[in-house]
Write a protein that binds this ligand. Sequence first.
Ligand SMILES: Cc1ncc(COP(=O)(O)O)c(C=O)c1O
Length: 393
Amino acid sequence: MAIQVESKVDQIRSQLPALHAKAYMNTGTNGPIPTIVHEAMAEMMRAELEEGRISMDVWKTKMEMKPAAREALAKVFSVKPDELALTQLTTEGMNVMIHGVDWQRGDEAIITNLEHPGGQLPLYVVARRYGVQIKIANLGIGDGDVPAQIERLFTPRTRAVIISHLAWNTGALLPLKEIIETCRRHGVLCLVDAAQSAGSMDPKLRENDPDGYAMPGQKWMCGPEGTGSLWISEERMSLFQQTYVNYGNANYYAVDTQGGYFTPAAGAARYDRIATYYPLIAGQLAAAKWLTDDVGTEWAYDRIATLGQLAHTTLSNIDGVSVITPKGNMVGLISFNLADMEPNDLVTKLFDRGFILRTIGEPACVRLATGFYNTEDEIENLALAIDEIKREM
Ligand SMILES: Cc1ncc(COP(=O)(O)O)c(C=O)c1O
């Protein structure tokens, strides 16, 4: 009797119900939730409801959950658990880093034209508060000599570079190692927005060695909204002051109420979110475990990149489509336009035909994300749908 073996992709897709209504091509905003993540969150909510939030067993489970989540995330990113703070989103990690620097009036910070508000807004706050001058490195779409484009703006007052590993708007993968080496030569901090790289590629954190790396949980990691993590290596932790504290961020037994100070919590937990809703941590933990134990991160990274290349080629071959993303330095985000059609109209027409994509404001375009659970057929069908839309114009 012939045994029908489901392909790995089919098996994974069967665990992601959101993929079945439409072709899910906007993981760059929010990834699909695996059933196992939903169940972990539901179980924590059930226990809270039925057994009581502070009943001894439930409390014990909760107390074990953050260390377990740090452990599971450390496995995904090949770092030490103590170097990971559990945050609410990428933007919180960017805030922790940017507010954590001891800025002096007249200091300078460099940000690029490709940054997201998650990096821009906290920098604007410190610029106002401390008189930090902001310089913008114009990287175009991100396919040039990025380290040189940044280095050109350095002065003796430059303190930090705020930069994405993977640009959310053009999909360009930036040469992080070289950028960081350039920063180090000048004694400048490199604070990285990893919203689009975490979970879509190997971040090589030990090798690249950024000063800090702010990651989301809800995008390529397939975790719940309201989760994220921030990697700061042991060696660099002293560079960032705490900005907000709750007892979880302090060594509870080393609070000096006479002198008015405390010893921070050991490791990156000092930067943890200050309020915790445990069903979220349960979901974050389950998602990280699912990625390493069921999906396999290397397999996922490879598939995201392979599908990304396929999507780039397929879209580039459509008459009237111009792809913005540089094919030689990209992963799973592809930005493009269809001639004579507003991005928003194209996204709406594609949605009506069963495809979930999104628009980007600057450069104005449509953005497609290739998750490891997308299929070659979906990409082919997207091309057919664009052809159909063209014929109706
Ligand atoms: C590059 C980049 N940075 C920051 C963010 C904000 O992410 P979060 O909602 O996790 O703070 C996004 C979200 O799309 C992004 O693409």
